[in-house]
Design a protein around this ligand. Structure first.
Ligand code: ZN
Length: 193
């Protein structure tokens, strides 16, 4: 941050009185510009038929991680709930109609100042199509998941937890709620074709 969003004066980093960490402070209008983590909200769209379970993934048409596969997800907007954000992102990125289920993962990605949350979701039909931020939208069984081409560590973690819970489901259990701190780095960028 270089300039105050209130008065356009250059800001300075300083620890405000009574605080314990540096903030961008405006010496002109005295506004303290707090910066806090961003919420990334998504869904796990599931299609289940004849005992076969498939998950809808999107291939990213935007940076970062262009060409990599992701669950539909994105930054939460002001004045929406986490559930509304999950449904909106699923519609925007995969053109998919879903019925939202339980919150499944809450993932702290502290080193990039983000919290990621994924909801279970049931696909209501197969009329999905990639949105403008996606190259493809496609259903995958567990065996088909492109594990080496997933966009972000939180996608991998959420899918791993999902298929682990599917095993519990077959044994009469139910989906859990999973909270994790994500420290693993992103995969190295793929070699150019
Ligand atoms: Zn100012």
């Amino acid at each position: 941050m270089k300039f105050c969003s209130e008065c356009a004066h250059p800001v300075a980093l300083a620890i405000p009185e009574g605080d314990n960490r540096p903030r961008y402070v405006c010496p002109h209008c005295n506004t303290i510009h707090y910066q806090n983590p961003k919420m990334v909200i998504g869904s796990i769209p599931v299609w289940e038929q004849d005992g076969k379970v498939q998950v809808l993934l999107c291939r990213r048409a935007i940076e970062p991680r262009y060409g990599y596969w992701t669950l539909p997800a994105g930054f939460m907007e002001n004045e929406e709930t986490t559930g509304q954000a999950a449904v909106r992102e699923t519609e925007e990125e995969a053109g998919a109609n879903v019925e939202l289920g339980k919150l499944f993962t809450l993932l702290n990605v502290a080193h990039v100042h983000q919290v990621h949350m994924f909801y279970l979701a049931r696909l209501l039909d197969l009329d999905f199509e990639p949105g403008i931020e996606s190259l493809e939208a496609k259903l995958f069984t567990e065996a088909e998941i492109p594990w080496d081409e997933l966009a972000f560590p939180t996608i991998r973690t959420t899918l791993e937890l999902f298929f682990a819970d599917r095993i519990k489901l077959r044994e009469g259990g139910s989906y859990g709620f999973h909270s994790r701190d994500i420290n693993r780095p992103m995969l190295a960028p793929r070699e150019p074709d």
